[in-house]
Design a protein around this ligand. Sequence first.
Ligand code: CA
Length: 431
Amino acid sequence: MSHPASDSTLKSFLPVSEHGHFPIQNLPYGIFVRKNASQQSPAIGVAIGDFILDLAVLRQNGFFETPHLKGQDVFSRSSLNAFMALGRPAWREARSIITRLLRIDEPALRDRYDLRAQALLPMADAQLHLPVEIGDYTDFYASREHATNVGIMFRGKENALMPNWLHLPVGYHGRASSVVLSGSQVRRPQGQSLPDGASAPVFGRSRQLDFELEVGCLVGTGNALAQPIPIAEAEKHVFGVVLVNDWSARDFQRWEYQPLGPFLSKNFITSISPWVVPMDALEPFRIAGPQQSPDPLPYLRHQQAGHFDIRLQVSLQSSKMASPQILCRTSTRYLYWSFAQQVAHHTVTGCNLRTGDLLASGTISGPTEGSYGSLLELAWRGTKPIKLNSGEQRTFLEDGDTVSMTGWCQGEGYRVGFGEVVGTVLPANPQ
Ligand code: CA
């Protein structure tokens, strides 16, 4: 039996255009509050077309009386965590019920106008919140093209890829407290850097503020301490995927990153998109990733294709521009290390993942200049300024710049979309 998510003929009674991000094949989860309600109680919603389906209302109306959801009060919450912790059988029951209720040929919701009035609200009437309470945030470095480009710029061509890079998914433990929802403002950070040619560092506003185009897996169910997750089980632990902009201060990074890796250059803010796209919605877009050579060690070897083709795009709009300009087009197909390999590697020591952990991919760059996922690479460390349609140039971000990232999987006549993650740069605090 094929999974409903792969059925391109499936249609909802709610209209969704061919390029809309939220058709019935997607059904991503988020947290919302009704803007005009007397009681501002958060709930889990599912995006469908231009509407949000309120799962708390569906539960009150007895639609979730299935083996793994019955008696579970997980939808009237301010985060997805309680629902995520129920595990994949519960996620699949919910997805199957919601898919059925939204189908064009199913009257249970379609023909009950009283229920529709309660359970469906226009997106414009909702305030979205950070979908997940993130416990730990890990940032990988899984794109070979990105790692090679940065290596060439920071260390020279001969030492571009470190000797370990083709043997393990390099990563570091990031900072969860500063992960924010799309739309949050981005205050330019201050810190130390070593100007070119100087012998002592200076303190001040970052002059090389950058974006990093990434996607992030949100862990649904974790593992017990000292119980690694085998690669074949890894995806079952992932609840879904969001877009991530891992804002970075390149001048701080270059000065601080050796010997232990980035610290303050990455900890000031990380933005994520509000809608969590379930793994089951990505299933039709599974592909084999790049050929891995040398063969990874056995604990990192896939039994099946482990990559997904999520098309990605970054746009920039300065305060002088009338509309955004696309700077980069790429895809998660270029990631060298898959989500499953990242999970298997992360836990192989026995490290325990927990519900709500965010595992970001690292900057995703493709093989060509227009497919690089950071300004550092697009403007090649300031040596190839980018021309904007306003006549301005960019090597790094200026105050007032708005960066917007979007992504989607392209199906036959429909898109499984991720919405967007957006942020505007504000001037640094006065010194
Ligand atoms: Ca990063």
